[in-house]
Write a protein that binds this ligand. Structure first.
Ligand code: MG
Length: 368
């Protein structure tokens, strides 16, 4: 990859992760408040953007992908990405509760600012505490909370094909959320993020992702058959809701009116629909998009996180206003992880990893 194209990629991946954190932090301030007015929140309260579980879990998703890719490079064999992400989420769980030590894979688990409770989703906590990983084939519950979707952006930012982005996102959602609409929402968001990373406009990415629901069946993975069953149960409901979001944005419908028509965002498909409405209506302005997406009575931090992931990727880090990006919690850590996703595993001409810092983070990690 040329220097210029890696610079563009870095800007998009930084934009997506920092954008998601900003949307999360803006929304977290009013997540449980009611009677929110349009543009009630425009800045961080106390001038400081405190992130919530949405960004925490997104960072653990990213680290798990990098840990897994490093092992693959060194050993030529590794578990599938969703299986590594499950281990990453167990690490996140250990930061939320004083659970017995387990074999950590995520170097970020030791970071003090991540060892705090920020209204973690109970479905995630319960599913991860059960000792069992859900999957598309064997759902762990019937939950369609948006907690299975708000954390998956790194998958679309990192993997090498649209099919992998979609299927790994779906399977990663199913670790904790078993409802078909949650799983298919993650599938669709994974595709959208992947296409935007590839340089597509939000409009083209959304249109293509929705159309894939009706015509495309992934074939390359062992869980294809189970995914097809999920798909047929949910695709009509989801594509109808997302098409509605697209037309509300096209008609420039007033923000709150459109958002309440799409739902409250507490469940996956509504959170995705609200994020798509705001991302499409305000595709040229990061600030307008995230302000629109958090100012409602629903799950503001998750709609904020997803919208920030989408618009941040499309516009890039440089186009995010300084006020937001300079005042968001863990900015330096988020940028470091974004840049690690951009370069991928660094190898020399013999295919070996000589970067000791990288090995410390993603190979020796904490558990080795
Ligand atoms: Mg949250």
């Amino acid at each position: 990859m040329s220097d210029a194209s890696i610079d563009v990629l870095r800007d998009r991946i930084r934009g997506s992760l920092i954008g998601g954190a900003i949307g999360d932090a803006l929304g977290y301030q009013i997540e449980f408040e009611k009677d929110i007015k349009p543009r009630q929140v425009t800045r961080f309260f106390d001038d400081y953007g405190v992130i919530s579980d949405d960004t925490q879990m997104t960072l653990f998703t990213a680290c798990a992908l990098l840990w897994r890719e490093t092992r693959w490079t060194i050993r030529g064999i590794a578990m599938l990405p969703p299986e590594a992400i499950y281990l990453g989420y167990l690490d996140w769980l250990s930061t939320q509760q004083r659970v017995p030590e387990h074999r950590l894979i995520s170097w970020i688990a030791k970071i003090p600012e991540l060892n705090v409770l920020r209204a973690p989703g109970m479905t995630c906590i319960d599913a991860l505490s059960s000792g069992r990983a859900g999957s598309i084939g064997e759902p762990i519950n019937d939950s369609k909370g948006c907690g299975g979707v708000m954390r998956i952006a790194p998958i679309g930012l990192f993997v090498s094909s649209d099919e992998k982005a979609a299927v790994f996102s779906a399977e990663s959602c199913a670790l904790t959320h078993g409802h078909p609409l949650a799983i298919l929402s993650a599938y669709t968001l994974g595709l959208i993020i992947y296409y935007i990373r590839e340089g597509w406009t939000i409009k083209k990415a959304v249109k293509t992702a929705i159309s894939k629901m009706n015509v495309w069946t992934p074939e390359a993975y062992y869980y294809t058959k189970n995914l097809e069953n999920i798909w047929n149960r949910a695709k009509n409901d989801l594509s109808e809701l997302l098409e509605r979001a697209v037309s509300l944005a096209r008609d420039k419908t007033e923000d709150l009116k459109a958002i309440y028509e799409l739902g409250g965002g507490w469940v996956a498909e509504e959170a995705l629909a609200i994020a798509l409405f705001c991302s499409l209506k305000y595709e040229d302005s990061f600030e307008d998009a995230v302000i629109a997406t958090v100012n409602h009575d629903g799950d503001s931090d998750s709609t904020g996180a997803i919208t920030g992931n989408i618009v941040g990727a499309a516009l890039g880090y440089k186009k995010i206003p300084d006020y937001f990006k300079n005042n968001v919690e863990l900015k330096d850590l988020i940028l470091e992880i974004a840049d690690d996703l951009t370069t991928g595993v660094p190898t020399d001409e013999n295919g070996e990893i000589v970067d000791e810092e990288w090995l410390k983070k993603y190979f020796y990690s904490i558990g080795g």
